[in-house]
Design a protein around this ligand. Structure first.
Ligand SMILES: C[S@@+](CC[C@H](N)C(=O)[O-])C[C@H]1O[C@@H](n2cnc3c(N)ncnc32)[C@H](O)[C@@H]1O
Length: 228
């Protein structure tokens, strides 16, 4: 008996929301769609990125609170991208787009544009031995982000993974590109909690009683503030 090859239904569903999900064909983005996106971004006061935006709760809360800012999410998983677009549509948001694809495609999407901030919330820790090379918080990706952040642009990072956090703090402190300005191993017991928007994965980790690690760095210098 012949089995029909399974196709993820969300691969087709994402094409039904071109106002929220950047249209692509054969893994390439159409020039017209890119141009429209860049024009929309330029009509806002600034651009904020979220890498691995998941099901979109964090990105949507930000977009609701700040209608003059444009939010651009990158997410690999079709279903999570579609869920984000559904929620954004329901809220009638016009200041948000999700790129269904790898966040390393940033240069091709932004062109000459720069972002004034970037959130990376609970990136996959690739905890198994030998897999750390897949981590997004590495020197190469941070150097790329540096090129697409405006001066004084921020990088915000949260994780539940102590070793990933500590090695990222070390990396960011070593790089000349960024200066760490906020840094805690207990976000929810720190003064930084006031500005926090809890993500879907964060809720899960909190329900398991896990501490949330948080770092904020600025592109370029500024005063440093630490709570350990
Ligand atoms: C652990 S989840 C966290 C999701 C969300 N930020 C949250 O906190 O609820 C990590 C997400 O990053 C996405 N992701 C991993 N690598 C990525 C990449 N290179 N580009 C874009 N998204 C990526 C995964 O598909 C996944 O949805």
């Amino acid at each position: 008996m012949k089995f029909k090859k399974w196709r993820n239904p969300y691969m087709d569903l994402v094409t039904t929301k071109p106002s929220y999900i950047l249209p692509q064909r054969d893994d390439a983005f159409e020039d017209a769609a890119l141009q429209t996106l860049r024009e929309r971004i330029s009509q806002h006061s600034s651009l904020i990125l979220e890498i691995g935006s998941g099901s979109g709760g964090h990105l949507i809360s930000l977009a609701e609170r700040n209608p003059d800012i444009f939010y651009l999410g990158f997410e690999l998983r079709y279903k999570r991208v579609f869920r984000t677009a559904e929620k954004a549509e329901l809220q009638g948001l016009s200041n948000l787009t999700i790129v269904r694809g790898d966040a390393r495609m940033l240069p091709g999407i932004l062109g000459e544009l720069k972002a004034s901030g970037c959130y990376i919330n609970f990136p996959d820790p690739w905890g198994k031995k030998g897999w750390k090379k897949h981590r997004i918080m590495n020197e190469e990706y941070l150097s790329l982000l540096y090129q697409y952040l405006s001066p004084e642009g921020f990088l915000s990072y949260k994780t539940d993974h102590q070793e990933y956090f500590r090695s990222t703090v070390e990396l960011v402190e070593r790089l000349p590109h960024f200066e760490v300005i906020e840094h805690t191993e207990h976000l929810h017991e720190s003064p930084f909690i006031d500005a926090n928007i809890t993500t879907e994965f964060e809720s899960l980790f909190l329900s398991q009683g896990l501490p949330i690690y948080y770092l904020k760095a600025l592109r370029g210098g500024e005063r440093s503030q630490r709570v350990l």
